[in-house]
Design a protein around this ligand. Structure first.
Ligand SMILES: Nc1ncnc2c1ncn2[C@@H]1O[C@H](COP(=O)(O)OP(=O)(O)OP(=O)(O)O)[C@@H](O)[C@H]1O
Ligand SMILES: Nc1nc2c(c(=O)[nH]1)N=C(CO)CN2
Length: 160
């Protein structure tokens, strides 16, 4: 059993419903234990697209890292995501941030996620549920003092 942290985002369609459907589809392979609030964030990298909803969840799994990646890609596809622009709009994005203490570098999977430490839309919600995983310097660097709006609570993300 391994503790994993996953980032989830959406900027197309019913964004909250997409996040909720994506998280529901993780069961039973990933048992979610912790949910951040949902943040609305201006699109990074490709800025000419709608704002994202972003959150981070923690869970436990018996899946090996590549099996977990395959599951996330399947869920993204089932939620309507199709190949498109890098960093472009999508109904659902699911990324593996951390997989226990594992450090892995393969062609199609890098853990910890390569760009997580530059992303305020990842570090803010991660710091909310796992402050020990984020150091203050990384958070300050990524956020540059910006404030991200919480638009739904963790309970709303869980659909409760
Ligand atoms: N930790 C990781 N979690 C998810 N995908 C990863 C990870 N490391 C590498 N990848 C690879 O990144 C590829 C591109 O992922 P995706 O299409 O979600 O990119 P993106 O969302 O546009 O950019 P980013 O990965 O920077 O968020 C995936 O097909 C996957 O093989
Ligand atoms: N704010 C924000 N910007 C993004 C996001 C995201 O989840 N949130 N995902 C992207 C696709 O990789 C590109 N840009």
């Amino acid at each position: 059993m391994t503790i994993v942290y996953l980032a989830i985002g959406s900027n197309q369609g019913d964004r909250l419903a997409n996040l909720q459907a994506g998280l529901a589809a993780l069961a039973p392979a990933v048992q979610l234990t912790n949910y951040s609030s949902v943040y609305e964030t201006a699109a990074a990298y490709v800025e000419d697209q709608p704002p994202f909803l972003n959150a981070v969840v923690a869970g436990t799994t018996e899946l090996a890292p590549h099996a977990l990646l395959a599951l996330l890609k399947q869920i993204e596809h089932d939620c309507g995501r199709r190949p498109g622009l890098r960093y472009g709009p999508r109904p659902l994005d699911l990324d593996i941030l951390l997989y226990g203490e594992l450090e892995l570098q393969t062609n199609d999977l890098i853990i910890p996620h390569l760009r997580m430490f530059e992303r305020d839309f990842v570090l803010r919600p991660l710091a909310e549920i796992a402050p020990n995983q984020v150091n203050a310097e990384q958070l300050a660097q990524a956020t540059q003092g910006s404030v991200l709006a919480v638009v739904y609570s963790a309970k709303q993300l869980q659909g409760r």
